[in-house]
Design a protein. Sequence first.
Length: 273
Amino acid sequence: VDGMKVSVLGCGRWGSCLGWYSAKLSHQVTIWGREDSLTWQNLVKKRGNVYLHLPDSVMVGSSLRTALSADIILIAIGAQNLRSLCKQIALCPVEEKTFVLCMKGLEEHSGKRLSEVFNEEIPQPVSLAIWVGPGHVQGFVKNVPSCMVINSDNTYVTKQVATIFNSELIRLYYGQDLLGSEIGAASKNVVGIAAGMLDGLNLGSLKGPLMARAPREISRLIKAMGGNELTVYGLSHIGDYEATLFSPYSHNRKFGEAFVKKEKFDKLAEGVS
């Protein structure tokens, strides 16, 4: 599907990657960020970051209302900032828009899933999906393909979003369990931190037992919450293990390693609240 208007709310590592990727698919792309954000300022000034260079067709702006005029709005910010952003979105005319949460985590003070946070704050009739699974900008810019998953409470929305963003670089699968995908993706971050701790303690051989036992424990949690316990064995959780437990690019793994080594780590790690 060519030529749709796509906005990305968030200009960090993943947000800029989503903007770059959407432009590769010939969509009309705007990346939104806050003017007081150094990340946004650098993106405006340099038209890129340490990971990628944005095509000239990609707009970078700070007007939320303008960004929300797109057909599809991808949200890629820190999980703990979602509610405050949604409060701002709710003040704008967004009826019938499609939003996609391209982020992982739970709200710290409430323990709520991100789709729950979004739906609590957005009263207008909108469509909502999530986009999770294994993917690093460092690989995508080198044309290293991956598979990810789109999930929604609405099967039509799931298929629509997957069709719009599917390509040979990122194959998007249809998810069938929104709750399970959200919990699986969020808990994957925590397992990634544990893997980094094992690396930092030179106990990498224990990653095997970690990979065996963690999904079983999390599958029980998903089932207890009302989801499908088998979802944990898909792309949102186990499918993301290689990109997290072993990848030199994973912020969660690197945070865990730095933590046990008592080293400073100032990058966003989604498994940390």
